[in-house]
Design a binder for this molecule. Structure first.
Ligand code: PLP
Length: 396
């Protein structure tokens, strides 16, 4: 009865984990929810003011399909300052979050049968969108290399059908931050094999311990004509619900996205657009600085607590706001009625015994990983991580 394409994807694994946590809380259980891909912070005053002013002016109409010209100009200035190159508003499209930017990109770039290289563990939506577009996600493993893809592995995955490489730095779920050499290597492969680079930098401001986020087009300007930059204000301004994202790409891509979006959602919400515009025009960076220092403190507190884990290595959380635990060792000997246990079992056990909600790596193509968000409220985070350490140290 339903279209064949509905068999290609399931509801997002991260959304399912959030729903399980909520169901347990609704059933009266005390839950510490570390599933969310968002930061527990108050709304930025500039966003509030921009939205209120727009409402008071009586704003109520469609805007240009890919966003207000003033907003696209302001975003072009932002991208220019981040990349050190000049950008025009014809190279920017505003979307309902980064998810729509990625979805538009998949639909305008990929034909049925096209292969798209996605390093694993990956954010769950990347392969789902490629599949919806008729393409084929090709995953390469990164765990043995600290979750950073090896250039050789990417090279070996390239075939005559390869159309694109997805680069997500800082990465969800592992927090990996790509170094310059890796990005230069990827850009080289893209140029050599005429591939698109889908460069998702939604967590760009959140890097730690002296690491820096490098836009790939800054390191290798020649790859710009083959790059689609994906970004949003969802994470950087703790604004997930307002749904403003964008893509920065060659004009032909933006024109195709505009035509596509004109038949799907039209413009993103106009009040949210004015709110972000107001922030870009009047923000002094203090909100972003406060958000970041809060994440730095939560990360440090979290790393210290996780340091008590006996047999669970965890990624160093170089960027973003996730801790990513490698459960291979813990699960190696454990069985469940004869079948090997996976991260799903650990997540279920943690929720029922410790009341801590996490996301299983199976949502990210890794049945032995587990993601914990430290965007959560600090007190709850610390409490939840302590419970988790006790539970995992006892053995699952
Ligand atoms: N890209 C990555 C890597 C993400 O982790 C997320 C959200 O979790 C998104 C894109 C989607 O962001 P948005 O809420 O702006 O659609």
């Amino acid at each position: 009865m339903l279209a064949h394409r509905t068999s290609l994807f399931k509801s997002s694994g991260t959304a399912a984990a959030r729903a399980a946590a909520k169901a347990a809380a609704d059933a009266g259980k005390e839950i510490i929810d570390l599933t969310a891909g968002e930061i527990w912070a108050d709304l930025a005053p500039t966003i509030r003011d921009g939205a209120i002013k727009a409402i008071e002016r009586g704003v109520n109409r469609y805007t240009d399909t890919v966003g207000l010209a003033e907003l696209r100009e302001a975003i072009a200035i932002k991208v220019a300052s981040e990349t050190g190159q000049s950008w025009s508003l014809e190279e920017i499209a505003v979307t309902a979050g980064a998810k729509q930017a990625l979805f538009n990109t998949a639909l305008v770039l990929f034909d049925p049968g096209d292969e798209v290289i996605i390093p694993a563990p990956y954010w769950t939506t990347f392969p789902a969108q490629v599949l919806v577009a008729g393409g084929m996600p090709i995953h390469i493993e990164t765990r043995q290399n600290g979750y950073l893809p090896r250039i050789e592995d990417i090279r070996n995955a390239i075939t005559s059908r390869t159309r694109a490489i997805v680069v997500n730095t800082p990465g969800n779920p592992t927090g990996v931050v790509y170094d310059e050499a890796t990005l230069i290597g990827i850009a080289g492969l893209a140029i050599e094999h005429d591939l698109w680079v889908i460069f998702d930098e939604c967590y760009g401001p959140f890097t730690y311990d002296g690491r820096a986020h490098h836009p790939i087009v800054s390191l290798v300007p020649e790859v710009r004509s083959k790059t689609v930059i994906i970004n949003a204000f969802s994470k950087s301004l703790a604004l997930t619900g307002w749904r403003i994202g964008y893509l920065a790409a060659p004009k032909e891509v933006i024109s195709a996205v505009k035509a596509l979006q004109s038949h799907s959602t039209s413009n993103p919400n106009v009040i949210a657009q004015y709110a972000v515009l107001h922030h870009l025009q009047t923000g002094d960076g203090s909100y972003e600085a406060e958000l970041k220092s809060r994440l730095i403190a939560s990360r440090e507190a979290g790393l210290e607590i996780l340091g008590d884990l006996k047999s669970v290595p965890f990624a160093t959380a170089m960027g973003g706001f996730y801790f990513y635990l490698d459960l291979h060792e813990v699960l190696a000997a454990a069985t469940n009625g004869g079948s090997p246990r996976t991260a799903d079992d650990v997540v279920t056990a943690l929720l029922s015994s410790a009341g801590v909600a996490a996301v299983s790596g199976s949502a990210f193509g890794d049945p032995f990983g587990m993601r914990l968000s430290y965007g959560a409220d600090r007190d709850k985070l610390e409490l939840g991580l302590r419970e988790l350490v006790v539970t995992l140290n006892k053995g699952i």
